[in-house]
Design a protein around this ligand. Structure first.
Ligand SMILES: Nc1nc2c(ncn2[C@@H]2O[C@H](COP(=O)(O)OP(=O)(O)O)[C@@H](O)[C@H]2O)c(=O)[nH]1
Ligand SMILES: [Mg+2]
Length: 400
């Protein structure tokens, strides 16, 4: 998954769980209205997670996951399989748990792993269940989980509207706007898209489209420019923008152009870190750069997994800036995607990307882990600003 494709801020992630043959793949196919998952009565042996995005009215874009059976999930012997499931649980916003008989101890075991992820229990295959059996099953489920089960048939498409309506009712998540109180209706904002080697032709990468979309949700006046034309765009703006948002890697280039001090300047990754992370902790991490020594070890983590390109921020620009700023080489390790060591103590500093592909809780868990292990953590935006000696010239939320 790469930040040019997917958004944790905009997608509501819904996992479909249940034991073998309960109808997970059938429900997945029925909801997404495509035959992607293989629905069959033959038992699965491998950990295979399918995902598909679909827009649901009144809910927005959702990402559904068809998952391996709970019989498999609860008894995984390989540690990387267990990690896959742990990562999935961390990712999802809602779990649909399917049940169709009284043997649901596996579901109870799994529910304990879900912690506070909201869940919906559905009894599937009601087309072939006797009414009496169904009533008793519903009662038993209620007494076990304190949840009213929804009766559905994935195969016959019975009552799936009710299931979707229940999903809509849960929708407590991600309603917040990235800008909070920073931007009000009719505020003018200039968004400078670097259009450098990381930007694909013909479309915007995820953080850029997220930022623009959040500004439009605020009814702000949004003007877009590129690195090349931003100055003439800015000159023609009346009134001048309240805020300029740009890529951290061109902070210096923008600031060199004598931007009036009345205009705040910030970056995509700083705004995302403010929304998705802990900007104060990241500032502390950025300040810690001054204390790094030649034998210090830095971990640079990129959440998305695009193929590295020339002049890549992660692998080329940040290491080069560190060397220029400090005057010596450091030991640097790079990680990407879901890889994040349990033990961080061998590192002096972690520099993390904006994590636009992660759920907020996921990023906060990483920050808390670093804090607990007394390892400094910063993000791309603040670290780059620090390394370019621009921390005092850019805007980010200061401690209140
Ligand atoms: N009668 C009936 N059969 C169903 C229903 N949902 C799924 N099935 C069947 O149950 C079997 C297992 O379904 P599948 O979706 O593969 O289950 P999974 O193992 O949980 O993914 C398949 O033969 C499906 O056609 C349903 O609502 N009613
Ligand atoms: Mg299946």
């Amino acid at each position: 998954m790469s930040c040019s494709q997917m958004s944790s801020l905009h997608y509501i992630r819904i996992g479909i769980f249940g034991k073998e043959n309960v109808g997970k793949s059938s429900l997945f196919n029925e909801i997404i209205k495509q035959n992607i998952a293989t629905a069959s009565s033959i038992a699965e042996k491998k950990i295979n997670i399918l995902e598909k995005a679909i827009e649901i009215n009144n809910m927005g874009p959702c990402l559904f996951f068809d998952t391996p059976s709970l019989n498999l999930i609860n008894n995984l012997s390989r540690s990387d399989d267990r990690k896959k499931i742990r990562d999935l649980i961390k990712k999802i916003d809602i779990a649909i748990i399917l049940i169709n008989d009284f043997d649901f101890e596996y579901a109870a075991d799994f529910i304990t792993k879900l912690n506070d992820v909201p869940k919906i229990i559905a009894i599937n295959k009601i087309d072939i269940l006797e009414q009496d059996y169904l009533t008793k099953l519903k009662k038993k489920i209620f007494s076990e989980f304190d949840l009213e089960a929804i009766e559905i048939s994935a195969k016959k498409n019975i009552n799936l509207d009710a299931l979707i309506n229940n999903l809509i009712k849960i929708k407590p998540y991600q309603e917040k706007n990235i800008f909070g109180d920073l931007i009000q209706e009719n505020d003018s904002v200039l968004v400078i898209i670097p259009k450098d080697t990381q930007e694909p032709q013909g479309r915007l990468i995820l953080p850029h489209s997220q930022i623009i979309s959040n500004l439009l949700d605020k009814e702000a006046i949004v003007t877009c420019a590129t690195k090349k034309n931003f100055l003439s765009v800015l000159k023609n703006m009346n009134p001048e923008p309240k805020l300029i948002i740009t890529g951290s890697q061109i902070f210096d280039f923008i600031i060199e152009n004598n931007i009036p001090p009345t205009i705040k300047i910030t970056s995509f990754s700083i705004l995302l870190a403010q929304y998705n992370g802990d900007i104060q902790e990241f500032k502390k991490g950025a300040d810690f750069i001054d204390k790094l020594k030649p034998d210090s070890k830095v971990l640079i983590v990129e959440a998305c997994t695009h193929v590295p390109i020339e002049e890549d921020i992660t692998r080329v620009q940040i290491p080069r800036l560190l060397k220029n700023y400090l005057g010596f080489n450091l030991k640097i390790k790079f990680l990407r995607g879901n890889d994040f060591p349990k033990d961080l103590t061998e590192y002096d500093l972690i520099i993390h990307c904006g994590a636009c592909t992660f759920k907020k809780e996921f990023m906060l868990a990483r920050i808390n882990q670093a804090k607990k292990q007394k390892v400094n953590i910063s993000n791309y935006g603040l670290a780059i600003a620090k390394l370019k000696n621009l921390l005092d010239k850019i805007y980010f939320q200061q401690k209140t």
